[in-house]
Ligand binder design. Sequence first.
Ligand SMILES: Nc1nc2c(ncn2[C@@H]2O[C@H](COP(=O)(O)OP(=O)(O)OP(=O)(O)O)[C@@H](O)[C@H]2O)c(=O)[nH]1
Length: 150
Amino acid sequence: MVQEQNEGIADHNINKRLQWADGFILVYSICDRASFAVVEQQVQRIRRAKGIKCPVAPPIIIVGNKRDLRHRRTVSSEEGRLLALAADCGFFEISAAENYHGVLLAFHGLLDLIRETRALKKGAAGIKGIVRSVTAVFGRKRNDAKDTQD
Ligand SMILES: Nc1nc2c(ncn2[C@@H]2O[C@H](COP(=O)(O)OP(=O)(O)OP(=O)(O)O)[C@@H](O)[C@H]2O)c(=O)[nH]1
């Protein structure tokens, strides 16, 4: 019961963020399984919220950080990659401590996905507009035909 309430609050917070966020970067530590579990939950929450305010799924990049600490790894690369694949997210394993290249790649990856999503939204809006115009024209013609029959 309490967990359901907490999930409801968390969903509400995600929904609010979905109204302004263009995308998400979710970071876990490859040495900390609990942080990976949190990312799994957040991915589910974001995907669950999809469709409430935004018809196109917002882009998500999953980042496994602290790759320099391989000897302390508790989350395999495959697990990270599988999660990303299952939820249609980008995936990077990086070490923010070693250099900024991985961080840069993750942000560029998100920017690319945001651009793709915007193009999709525009396309969807364009198709909706065409459908609306066609429906208006043919709907009117059908009504006109009915009027002349009456
Ligand atoms: N070895 C290593 N340490 C890192 C890396 N990235 C961050 N850290 C260290 O991890 C610790 C937490 O980093 P923060 O930037 O505070 O990240 P956070 O998400 O706020 O982490 P928490 O404070 O633990 O919740 C700091 O001591 C960082 O120096 C990395 O890629 N490799």
